[in-house]
Design a protein around this ligand. Structure first.
Ligand code: SAH
Length: 532
């Protein structure tokens, strides 16, 4: 069992601890506005009525943010179709002589449609398997109407859609820019159009071909899918075997901005990093040195009382799983529902290795060596997580690192903390370091690998977006202030969710270090103290 969040065990290999009180911090606007809200909430909660109202509002926000994320996933095929229509419009404008040189291009667009339908099928199956920790069917609109007098401003602020200009196009491991890198504007509306069967779509030269909602598209996919899993999902009529939950109904969906759909594309690339053979090089560069350090520092890992290791910003959970397989009680912490819905599906629902085939590289026509490269499938997961040999107690904890691990119960709770491409997600990196120090046992170790590409640097148009951007030198100095001693440090060249066959490879010189927390006082027989 792997857990996600604080409290509720959901299912399968990974126990996913989903605590609605913490889970809401799944995207930046919500993170910011929720903390404003908490502050405001404290001032106001003088009576029980007000407290109840505040909690209801929090839950309404929770529901709204989760529905928005689900809507982004569901808008994926429509947004991708829109891109293809744009390519087709451009192609049609070519002079006949130029078109004649490129007779294969219209077929490429049809192949892209097929790939999109395959990705959509995977996404829909993933959403169907998701068990929301809150009731998504509740009528939040009414609640807002009747109760949102004073707090109306807060809610509408919270739900303000992010500005695209705030996206950091140079930061491949932040949300805004890992899409096709071009940036889009405007809103997306799920269009519940009539299903066009896949065969007809391929034949058709009509620009509307392939234009359907994810729900209908997935039904069609099940009939035509080359996904290894799809045949087992069909009933005798060729329909998907299990019916989707109510909250996947198009009537529940939000209109989401394209930047949200870009996050879905970003998740697809993250799947390759963590769960495909193609991601092995990145994992060898980033995860292997960390795993080696853990093995070096904890050579005698007792089965009866395994050392504990926390992985904040765990992404899709592969590193946390690998650490668990080394014999640690490993916990990943992650605040993005986009990530958690996906990691929960892979960790808990995978039946066999290579169960799914997705097409991660189709969303960019740039820097391809060939169309075949762009259209190549990737099988996932490269391993069967349930058979990987995890140590009991493996969990994924949903929520904001600062909120969850500031809890007094976390003081001195961990033998090791591992941060990989995480430190620069902080609004205030000093706070991250302070908490890491506090939650480590005396003598505990902190292993870090990553750049300092601060996620909130250069976020224009966002009022007072807090961002403390320190140099590596200052990060190390602050760490020493919080009781850390550097034991080892080096730089590691690596990429992040990069297409290995792309002509563009964004390379990081990532800082890699091992620090240990200097014991405050002499200890008696510390059982899980690392070898330093
Ligand atoms: N460690 C993973 C993911 C790195 S990207 C890897 O190396 O692939 C950074 C991750 O941290 C993202 O998944 C993001 O959602 C998560 N994250 C950012 N801020 C967070 C916070 N305050 N609390 C928990 N997770 C956070």
């Amino acid at each position: 069992m792997i857990f996600f969040g604080k409290g509720t065990c959901l299912f399968g290999l990974a126990q996913f601890l989903l605590d609605p009180a913490h889970i809401h911090k799944n995207d930046r606007e919500i993170l910011l506005s929720r903390s404003n809200f908490s502050r405001k909430g404290k001032e106001m909660s003088k009576t029980e009525d007000e407290e109840l109202r505040r909690r209801k509002l929090e839950e309404a926000l929770e529901v709204k943010s989760l529905r928005r994320i689900i809507s982004a996933y569901l808008n994926y095929p429509e947004a991708a179709e829109e891109d293809i229509r744009r390519y087709e419009r451009c192609f049609r404008r070519l002079p006949p002589a130029h078109k004649a040189l490129l007779p294969h291009i219209p077929f490429k667009y049809q192949k892209l449609r097929w790939c999109i339908s395959q990705n959509s099928y995977f996404i829909f199956e993933m959403l169907k398997a998701f068990e929301p920790p809150i009731d998504l069917n509740q009528d939040i609109e009414n609640f807002e109407d009747q109760n949102m007098t004073n707090d109306n401003r807060l809610l509408s602020d919270k739900m303000k859609l992010p500005s695209l200009s705030g996206g950091k196009c140079g930061n491949p491991h932040s949300w805004a820019e890992i899409g096709d890198g071009k940036g889009h504007n405007g809103e997306y509306r799920p269009l519940n159009r009539k299903i066009v069967p896949e065969e007809k779509k391929i034949e058709s030269s009509n620009e509307n071909a392939g234009n359907c909602s994810i729900r209908s598209q997935c039904k069609t996919n099940a009939e035509n899918s080359d996904n290894p899993r799809s045949s087992s999902m069909l009933d005798c009529d060729g329909h998907a075997s299990s019916s989707p939950p109510d909250w996947l109904d198009p009537s529940f969906q939000f209109h989401v901005p394209l930047v949200d759909v870009d996050k879905v594309r970003c998740i697809i690339r993250n799947i390759v990093r963590d769960w495909a053979a193609e991601g092995q090089r990145e994992r060898d560069e980033c995860y292997k040195p960390i795993l080696k350090e853990l093995q070096r520092l904890f050579p005698h890992r007792s089965k009866e009382s395994p050392p504990t290791c926390l992985v904040p910003g765990a992404g899709l959970g592969r590193l946390a799983l690998e650490i668990s397989c080394l014999g640690f009680i490993s916990q990943g912490n992650e605040f993005s529902y986009y990530m958690m819905i996906c990691s929960s599906f892979i960790l808990n629902q995978s039946q066999v290795a290579n169960e799914w085939r997705i097409y991660p590289w189709i969303h960019s026509n740039c820097n391809s060596l060939s169309d075949d490269d762009q259209l190549r499938p990737v099988s996932i997961p490269d391993i069967h997580p349930a058979s990987a040999g995890i140590t009991e107690g493996f969990s994924m904890c949903g929520g904001d690192f600062v909120e969850v691990y500031n809890d007094p119960s976390q003081v001195g709770a961990w033998d090791a903390v591992v941060t990989c491409f995480f430190l620069d997600t902080a609004h205030n990196i000093v706070e991250y370091i302070e908490i890491i120090s506090r939650i480590l046992k005396d003598g505990g170790v902190w292993i870090n690998l990553g750049p300092l590409l601060y996620h909130f640097a250069d976020t224009y148009n966002q009022d007072d977006e807090m961002s403390i951007e320190l140099s590596l030198e200052d990060v190390k100095r602050v760490s020493c202030h919080y009781g850390f001693e550097i034991q080892k440090e080096s730089m590691i060249e690596t990429t992040y969710t990069t297409n290995p066959r792309s002509m563009m490879q964004n390379q990081y010189s990532a800082a890699f270090w091992t620090m240990h927390k200097i014991p405050a006082a002499p200890r008696t027989a510390g059982n899980n103290l690392p070898l330093l």
